[in-house]
Design a protein around this ligand. Sequence first.
Ligand code: CAA
Length: 283
Amino acid sequence: MQIRTFGVIGAGQMGAGIAQTAAVSGLHVILQDISEDFVGRGAALIRKNLARNCEKGRLSHDDFVAAAARIITTTDISAMKDADFVVEAASEVEKIKYEIFSQLDKHCPAHTILASNTSSIPIGRIAANTRRPEKIIGMHFMNPVPVMKLVEVIRALPTSEETFRTTLELSRIMGKTPAEAHDYPGFIANRILLPMINEAVFCLYQGVGSRESIDTVMKLGMNHPMGPLALADLIGLDTCLAILNTLHQGLGDQKYRPCPLLRQYVESGWLGRKSGRGFYDYS
Ligand code: CAA
């Protein structure tokens, strides 16, 4: 199945990154969010990143102009009627996701594949809320999307082989390497990453080390590009907490219980980079 027009729901950090990557790889992109303000901020972020790539010589001026011109923005979800493939990258709130998928199911033609970039919500549960469960799949990009090479592709029980193959092919067209995961809590990436981040927060909570020591140990001792606390700030502490709750509830193992300090930060509105304060101060 040929994908020409690619829809993205949500113009935040992840959605904007996905839209940018798709446009650079030659796809026509429809980027939707619920307000002009959100859409405008997403479009501005994409322009800034494309311009930087152009300055750095990674994108010619003509390709920059062409990629920017391939993206249209809207606040109207019914615009997805023209999309062959849609990725949803809205907030990690189940009710919101179900409402979006129900709208997409209504507006998109029968051939359209509907993917979720969810990091924690079961794909099978999303599929069960639509009339096209065989065309529902997880397409989980990593943050920052334009830089990270991986896409985790998650098949739910009803996902068809054609949907799966098309998603693998699309990932490659977008310059990413897909890795298949099955539909268990946290899939692969977050099942491994989040316990490490949570343990780093426990180290801070129990006074094992300062935030700087913890991050330095993992950066210089393990060659990680950034320390786990700085990474948690990049991902968003609310997202980290949501994923840990999913792992804890879904797998029933105490080892996934979120550190009380993480919960306290989230309850205080310290969500990481996006709120200006997390384990580090970004104001
Ligand atoms: N958007 C676009 N490009 C970005 C970017 C962003 N948000 N952040 C950094 N970049 C680009 C920059 O343009 C820069 O390129 P140039 O300087 O050549 O223009 C390049 O990435 C490197 O950036 P920096 O020099 O600022 O810093 P760095 O070398 O430390 O790299 C990093 C930054 C790529 C984020 C790197 O630290 C890294 O790989 N960190 C780990 C990221 C990671 O683990 N991501 C997965 C998170 S888990 C997830 O996403 C799944 C989930 O569900 C939670």
